[in-house]
Design a protein around this ligand. Structure first.
Ligand code: NAD
Length: 377
């Protein structure tokens, strides 16, 4: 792996569970990385091409994200090897079976991620009584429907813009991955006066220097279509978003889309990492040298998990959105001030902030696995 990722270090992982049931085609992995601050919250990703390494890296990103956001939760992640667009009955069976296998793994609370949604979380809750990101009808705050992460990405962009002399009003935005995170980031940024000029999904990309109609793109995606079905604008391959003229570039899809071999193609002044692990360290170093500000994933996309943690404690949607704005703005400023003062990458400053909080939480605990400790429900 380009960044020399290690599978275990002083933070974790504390537990790895492989779940396999060939009779129904279930193959899944759970990585519980660190639970010092409380039970881990992290999404369940469903995709045919996920990997164990991806699950490890995503679990660590959740440890750092939850610590940076000062949540009473550690980090974990699960992946289910399957096509999320599979027949709904089959998908329900897989999600229910996986949740059921984790019935006694109380140090992990399942949340939504790529390929899973509020409905999947309702199935998991029905099986084991433990999940977040639930539908409204079950007392949840449907974080993807309301765009909790896109809301946080926008708060982060508002603060980061000050550090790279950028006016949000009129700033051109490109979103890689027009899904739950990307489309709401585009919508909230456009409410601040920014202009969406490019967007992609797994089928292709679309651009229009004069601006794309965000409502029309929402309509297409919400009815099972693609940005490629958009009328007007120029169409291209998914990777064409790398070359589009813009001030703000938002990765909101798969890992490692920005790498040493392609990052020089970016024309933006500001990258807000809506996706988890969308850039390799080498790519971030290159951006830094080129004077492009890149806000790390575990700072920029914490809106969803803050919302999930607040749902878990019975907070309302408006309380969650207000806390997301407050935490994301504060953390973005803390990280960018430290990066500037110490002349280090924003990721290094963010890591120091989060790592310090995880270590302090670890210092208060006696055991590294707390499944039977108070507070684990
Ligand atoms: P999603 O499934 O709703 O949307 C993902 C979008 O990316 C889809 O439109 C898909 O077509 C597109 N896509 C897939 N492969 C692509 C490719 N190669 N090129 C361009 N587009 C591609 O998922 P999401 O919930 O929006 O999550 C996106 C990313 O954000 C993931 O990395 C996820 O871990 C991260 N994230 C999500 C949340 C959340 O609240 N949903 C919170 C934090 C981080």
């Amino acid at each position: 792996m380009e960044d020399g990722f290690q599978f275990a270090d002083e933070l974790g992982p504390t537990k790895i569970i492989h779940v396999y049931d060939p009779t129904i085609g279930l193959k899944a992995i759970l990585v519980v990385d660190n639970v010092a601050a409380g039970p881990a919250i992290g999404g369940l990703r469903m995709a045919p091409d996920v990997s164990t390494a991806e699950c490890f890296r995503l679990a660590r990103a959740m440890t750092l994200k939850n610590a940076a956001a000062e949540l009473p939760h550690g980090g974990g992640k699960s992946v289910l090897f399957a096509d999320p667009k599979t027949d709904k009955g089959d998908k329900e069976l897989l999600v229910r079976a996986f949740a059921s296998a984790l019935r006694d793994t109380r140090e992990y609370i399942i949340g939504p991620d790529m390929g899973t949604n509020e409905e999947c979380m309702a199935w998991a809750r029905d099986e084991i009584g433990r999940s977040v990101g639930l539908p409204r009808e079950m007392g949840g705050i449907p974080l993807d429907e309301i765009g909790a992460t896109g809301w946080g990405v926008t708060q982060c962009a508002l603060v980061a813009a000050e550090y790279c002399d950028l006016e949000i009003k009129g700033a051109r935005v490109v979103v890689q991955g027009f899904g739950a995170v990307g489309k709401h980031a585009a919508r909230f940024l456009s409410a601040q006066g920014a202009v969406l000029v490019g967007a992609s999904d797994s089928r292709g990309s679309i651009s229009n220097a004069g601006g794309l109609d965000i409502d029309a793109l929402f309509e297409l995606k919400d009815t099972g279509g693609s940005v490629m079905d958009y009328a007007g604008g120029s169409k291209g391959v998914p990777e064409a978003v790398l070359d589009m003229d813009c001030e703000i570039w938002i990765p909101a899809a798969r890992p490692d889309v920005l790498r040493a071999d392609n990052v020089a193609r970016l024309k933006a002044k500001l990258v807000i990492q809506g996706a988890n692990i969308p850039a390799t360290l080498a790519a971030e170093e290159q951006l830094h040298r080129a004077g492009v500000l890149s806000i790390p994933d575990f700072i920029a996309n914490a809106g969803g998990v803050i919302c999930a943690a607040m749902e878990y404690r019975g907070s309302s949607e408006s309380e969650a959105l207000s806390v997301i704005a407050q935490k994301l703005k504060r953390n973005t400023r803390l990280v960018l001030d430290a990066a500037r003062q110490q002349d280090i990458l924003p990721r290094q400053a963010a890591f120091a902030l989060a790592n310090d909080r995880v270590n302090k939480a670890m210092g208060y605990r006696r055991w590294s696995v707390f499944s039977s400790a108070p507070g684990f429900v």
